[in-house]
Write a protein of this length. Structure first.
Length: 92
């Protein structure tokens, strides 16, 4: 049996030595915490909204005249998620 260690980099400050384990998420995924910037994160998120670029795609599609249902269908997320992200962007 071979044990493989995966180097974990902080998603914000990119420091590998500052990352430590920080419990489990509700779906059982391992959470991590960076002691340098004090952010918590997971390596693999369950929902597509957490993937990089999804939030900017929602805004781009909305500015190009795509409706909420079309945006949700293209990105593979819920229409309610699209609506809540657009509401967050419209706040001052």
């Amino acid at each position: 049996m071979v044990m493989v260690l995966e180097a974990v980099l902080c998603l914000v400050c990119q420091q590998p030595e500052a990352v430590c384990r920080h419990g489990k998420a509700t779906d059982g995924a391992q959470r991590y915490r960076c002691t340098a910037c004090r952010r918590t994160f997971q390596l693999r998120y369950r929902h597509k909204i957490h993937e990089p670029g999804t939030r900017s795609c929602i805004l781009d599609l909305a500015l190009n005249g795509s409706c909420i249902r079309d945006t949700a269908r293209v990105l593979g997320i819920s229409p309610q998620t699209v609506l809540s992200e657009l509401k967050k962007k419209s706040r001052p």
